[in-house]
Design a protein around this ligand. Structure first.
Ligand code: NAP
Length: 294
């Protein structure tokens, strides 16, 4: 069997297009332009590239960007003041603080300081609680993207056994909550899980978010399964160059799976598209409008 490739680039472009259409209508009909503030502290090169990509996509969606770039030696109190100002600014509907933060700043304190209604990353404890309790909430972007990719293959997960490898607050736990909300039977695996290959072989839907290059081999995959590879791992490539691989040994797994996301070009592009969607939803909710559900 050769798996269907789940094309994250195309699905993300389609989602960004839908968001841009909604932003256009919101502006035309209500005079509302959603605004997002991405806060970057320091000069981490990977974060800078990521923030630049985000800013370009925010601009092309028709939203306003209120980005803040702060020096690496910014004190925690200064960052909290910036967040308080963004919380109070009605033009800003979404706030995202780029992680990781420099050592002198307590990440938990900063996340908790963001207005939960503007928390487009979905990391605020209130949104984490809302998600686990099944209340409407802003949902973390990468997990939301994973669900959309899986749904592009299978509309309902209700009779499916899902295994999520990884239990981080950013990916593993929220993915598991979203799958549970979609009626999958969910198992969360982590570094202490016994016989991970056998567990994975039971999965109709396998989400790999361990940050371990090509850990999931072809013989870990149940024939016909949907495989969502969240991993982004830089490894040595040919000719002394580096390359990006996922947590799944793609060539092997694609021989067994029913559908699989590539890396790059799978989950990655969905993350920013879902950030735009979350910002649009936040803007609608803050203005008493029903949030679009694509
Ligand atoms: P993380 O915080 O390091 O969490 C990794 C999780 O994987 C932990 O729960 C860990 O278990 C588990 N794990 C590690 N080694 C394992 C093993 N050998 N067997 C089973 N479980 C193992 O990472 P993260 O932030 O969730 O990110 C995971 C991956 O997704 C990374 O490659 C990251 O770059 C990528 N990512 C991609 C996007 C995107 O946009 N595509 C966004 C976010 C993250 P313990 O809890 O027991 O340590």
């Amino acid at each position: 069997m050769t798996a269907r490739i789940i094309d994250g680039k195309t699905i993300a472009a389609d989602l960004r297009g839908k968001v841009a259409d909604s932003v256009h209508r919101l502006k035309r009909d209500r005079g509302i332009v959603p605004g997002i503030a991405v806060v970057l502290v320091g000069e981490d090169p990977a974060s800078q590239v990521y923030v630049r990509t985000k800013s370009n996509m925010v601009a092309s969606s028709g939203m306003n960007a209120y980005d803040r770039k702060l020096p690496a030696n910014t004190r925690e109190a200064e960052l909290l003041e910036v967040i308080a100002a963004l919380n109070a600014d009605p033009a800003v509907n979404g706030i995202l603080v780029q992680l990781p933060l420099p050592r002198q700043i307590d990440t938990h304190k900063v996340i908790a300081a963001i207005d939960p209604d503007k928390d487009v990353d979905g990391f605020h404890p209130l949104n984490v609680g809302r998600l686990s309790a099944g209340f409407p909430s802003l949902v973390p972007c990468t997990p939301l993207g994973c669900i959309m990719l899986a749904k592009s293959v299978q509309a309902s997960f209700s009779d499916m056994e899902a295994v999520v490898i990884g239990r981080s607050n950013i990916v593993g736990k929220p993915v598991a909550q979203l799958l549970l909300a979609e009626h999958a039977t969910v198992t969360i695996a982590h570094s202490r899980t016994r016989d991970l290959p056998a567990l994975c072989r039971r999965a109709d839907l396998l989400v790999a978010a361990a940050g371990r290059p090509e850990m999931v081999r072809g013989d870990w995959v149940k024939p016909g399964a949907i495989v969502i590879d969240v991993g982004i791992n830089r490894v040595a490539g040919e000719g002394g160059k580096s390359k990006i691989v996922g947590d799944v040994a793609f060539a092997e797994a694609a021989q067994v799976a029913g559908a699989i996301t590539p890396v790059p070009g799978g989950v990655g592009p969905m993350t920013i598209a879902c950030l735009l969607l979350n910002t649009l939803r936040a803007a609608c909710m803050q203005n008493g409008l029903s949030a679009p559900n694509f």
